[in-house]
Design a protein around this ligand. Structure first.
Ligand SMILES: Nc1nc2c(ncn2[C@@H]2O[C@H](COP(=O)(O)OP(=O)(O)O)[C@@H](O)[C@H]2O)c(=O)[nH]1
Ligand SMILES: [Mg+2]
Length: 409
């Protein structure tokens, strides 16, 4: 996307900002780095910058050369961002299910489903709330019956608050999806009626009681998973590993930007890789690192461990190592080689830092929006060509049933 701001003149720690509104970026940078971008010698204190609302992502070059690690990732188009915003914010989210066990999950063979994983307290529930359009303050402090009634994810400072798999429905169901479902349901009903003629009364009763898939009512299902770390990963893992191995097509792994990858995250990444689940990594609490950066800047101190940019580089490098030399765990059924940053619980920032970008990245993961970004082809800084597989091209795993323990296709 053409951008009037000279990106190369930006300080390296900010270059990886994906730029949408150059005016806001200029404002943001001019307040933090007044002399470098505006050339002004005024000694007046710059006005406090509004926190950036732009999508934030880190998209390094294929060479993975640390000295050129700060590629300004092109922004998704405004229409793609708007499409993602509409899915998440136009209608109130619906709490579709709460399941403690894999076998009690309702069937879903029609709607893209994304699970949100991460250690306890990383900010899973907060991000889900912010995706719906709630401001940072409310997104990070949703408690009680009222929040439940509003379809919000319950957040807590105490670790281990979410103990069940909670599914939220976002957006309106696509008419073609609904039409196909109703057509198939009608055919299924006819076949059952024909079958029922030769059945005993008990068999007919059993048949009626069999759980069936509900009529699709949304465009996207997001599942808030219990966090790990509070209880041991082994204790956490049984039902969730069943979910990852038999049902999951796509997952978002949240990593605390202030901590980086921990043992639990690594174990989950190994699971995702083993079960070939398409994975998106989002750093949370990016606002905390930016705040620390601002304090260090003010005192003329360099950034500790490279600040937020350093956190992205470390996570990215580790994921590249995890891809393995022989097995390609990249786009398609691998991890999306782009790291997104959010500060969904940032109380000073209305909509939450980078939340708009996270909406778009999640919709892209679900196949609801196309990438459509243009990279400067042939430039040394262009990211590697990646094959994008649409969500529709992924074969859905059969829904779990008590009689039959299906294996993911
Ligand atoms: N500053 C800041 N705080 C956050 C962020 N995300 C979550 N929090 C806070 O971290 C705590 C745990 O969040 P929660 O969403 O319940 O974590 P979960 O256990 O992963 O669901 C809450 O007190 C949130 O307000 C963030 O991006 N920035
Ligand atoms: Mg939670």
């Amino acid at each position: 996307m053409a951008c009037p701001v000279n990106l190369l003149a930006m300080p390296p720690s900010l270059r990886w900002l994906t730029i949408r509104h150059s005016a806001t970026i200029t404002q943001h940078i001019s307040a933090r780095h007044a002399s470098t971008t505006t050339g002004s010698s005024s000694s007046a204190r710059p006005p406090k910058p509004p926190p950036p609302r732009e999508p934030l992502s880190y998209l390094p070059t294929p060479s993975n050369n640390p000295s050129q690690s700060a590629l300004p990732a092109p922004s998704p188009s405004s229409s793609a961002l708007d499409a993602a915003n509409t899915i998440f914010t136009h209608d109130r989210p619906k709490l579709l299910f709460t399941a403690a066990r894999f076998l009690s999950l309702p069937f879903n063979t029609r709607i893209p489903e994304i699970c949100i994983l991460g250690r306890s307290n990383v900010g899973k529930s907060t991000l889900i709330n912010a995706l719906t359009g709630l401001g940072g303050l409310k997104a990070g402090t949703a408690h009680g019956v009222q929040a439940r009634r509003e379809g919000l994810a319950i957040t807590s400072r105490k670790a281990g608050c979410t103990k069940t798999m909670n599914g939220y429905g976002f957006g309106r169901v696509r008419p073609d999806v609904l039409k196909a479902f109703l057509r198939d349901r009608e055919a299924e009903n006819k076949a059952l009626e024909a079958q029922a003629g030769s059945m005993s009364r008990t068999e007919r009763r059993e048949l009626k009681k069999r759980p069936r898939e509900a009529v699709p009512s949304c465009a996207l299902v997001v599942v808030d998973m219990p966090g790990y770390g509070h209880a041991s990963i082994k204790e956490w893992g049984v039902e969730i590993e069943k979910y990852l191995s038999r049902r999951a097509k796509a997952a978002v792994l949240l990593v605390d930007a202030t901590v980086g990858l921990n043992e639990g995250d690594r174990m989950v990444l190994e699971m995702l890789k083993a079960h070939r689940v398409r994975t998106l990594v989002i750093l949370t609490k990016g606002d905390k690192l930016l705040e620390k950066e601002a304090v260090r800047d003010k005192h003329g101190r360099g950034q500790k461990n490279g600040g937020l940019s350093g956190a992205c580089v470390r996570v990215w490098a580790e994921l590249r190592r995890m891809e393995g030399r022989h097995s390609q765990w990249t786009e398609g059924d691998g991890w999306e080689r782009e790291i997104w940053v959010t500060g969904a619980g940032d109380r000073r920032n209305g909509p939450g830092l980078g939340v708009e970008g996270a909406r778009w990245a999640i919709c892209k993961l679900a196949g609801l929006v196309e990438d459509g970004r243009t990279f400067d082809a042939g430039s040394e800084d262009s990211p590697a060509e990646v094959e994008v597989v649409s969500f529709d091209d992924i074969v859905w795993a059969p829904a779990p049933s008590k009689e039959d323990n299906h294996i993911k296709a």
